[in-house]
Write a protein that binds this ligand. Sequence first.
Ligand code: GLC
Ligand code: CA
Length: 535
Amino acid sequence: MKSSPWWKEATIYQIYPRSFFDSNGDGEGDLPGITSKLEYVKSLGVDAIWLSPFYTSPNKDGGYDVADPRDVDPRFGNLADAKEMIDVAHSLDLRVLVDVVPNHFSDQHVWFQEALKAARGSQERSRFHFYDANPDGTLPNNWISLFGGPSWTQVEDGQFYLHLFDSSQPDLNWENPEVAADFEKTLRFWLDLGVDGFRIDVAHGLVKEDVLKDHPDPQGLSDALRLDMPMDPEKRYALLPTVPFFDRQGVHEIYREWRKLFDSYGDRDVMAVAEAWVHPPVNSTRYVRPDELHQVFNFDLLDAPFSSIHLYDVISRSIDLMKSVAALPTWALSNHDSPRVATRMGEQESRALALFVLALPGSTYVYAGQELGLPDGVIPDESRQDPIYFRTGGQQKGRDGARVPLPWNGDTAPFGFTSGTPWLPMHDGWKDSTIEKQSAEPKSSLNLYRNALSLRAEHLVNNGKIQWLESPHHGAHSSSVLAYHRGSVSVYMNLENSPVEVEITGKVLIVSAGVPDGRDGKITIPPISTIWIQR
Ligand code: GLC
Ligand code: CA
């Protein structure tokens, strides 16, 4: 009998290559830098790494503007470095996922350069979405880019091309079969080099319908689609289902084809995870039907407040949704596009939530630096790089704060990340957060993650579903404590700033903060803390 595939309940560590470790002193992380630090990654107890793009790119959008999807950008090294990184990861029993960016190319991709030179109506232009202006000279529609400003840019002969993101990221036209063929080539290229799967960027965006239809509130919609934009949740969740350019049903045909390609690599369990934030949430289950992809990101914890009612709803709904297609949910508290969880919630809250989530069924994504409890970096405006900052004339600060390089060692910035000047400023304030310091401190965030991941592997993975205990909806009502059993472990999270006593006996396996006190069939959980108890 085939055992459960590796990705079912994996912990996947997201590396933003530019910010991980710089091997050559140019101030930017690179592939040899990642390879040299894979022992560290392994020591966390994770199962796999996912690397954000390192492909040839003018780097207008952190490499998500791909000019050649089948080569490595010189800033990150070369193809031999990629192969070496994959091989070393495998020798440490770490799987490797890479990003694939099928919604758009960079304007520096040879196809777009050809399209610019070609005539309207040409085969070259039909690989993208080129349209004429309206008879009154206005843009083909009123959509606002997710990075601010119009979704259209005009070229010399007067036509406009569609870009849902930066103007340097023209959207591809998936109705042109050349596009699908090219991406199959890219998937095979990386699989042949040895990767174990893909994270699919903007997976819900590929198929466009009604391109010429205006939206009643294009700016509101653009803001609603961005997790770094604060918005009244009611407004956000009313706008999200109205998006005309995401989650068209034709995308699923593409993933059915990709799945056949993945399954043709019989020597390994290839897996793919979709970045598909779709509404209503039930639509996300379509991406993980048995003949489509393996996982779909769950974005709900990336903007959830530290509130038991909210967290209960999000977690139980995510589990139930995926059950309907016999898939397991995924969990993420941080990524390269949203404010870091420690900044959003507070340090102790983020530790408590991490420990609560690490015991849940399904796969967990940990964004590099999250294990250190890093907050967002403080970035002066003149150092900002995110296109969001530029396209909104500085009104929106963008995502650079979550992309500051990792502090490795020493007492002063750049903390061993580089021997040169880091591409985003680092500050001496992080001196107690370095990997070196935290490794030596038993109660550090780093050791909390290490211990939790090792206990997770031992007691929780493949231990089935959870059973909620005290929650706003179950058992003895309490808005201060959220709790569940899974296997032989009980997980309690105290969300209040004062200790709480619960009736349970057993061995405390781990606690996120403070010292629990157990006697007479009761355990006192410290303020803002999660504990795992083995019954
Ligand atoms: C995804 C990426 C983000 C990028 C965008 C456009 O959302 O996570 O970083 O800017 O796609 O490619
Ligand atoms: Ca470098």
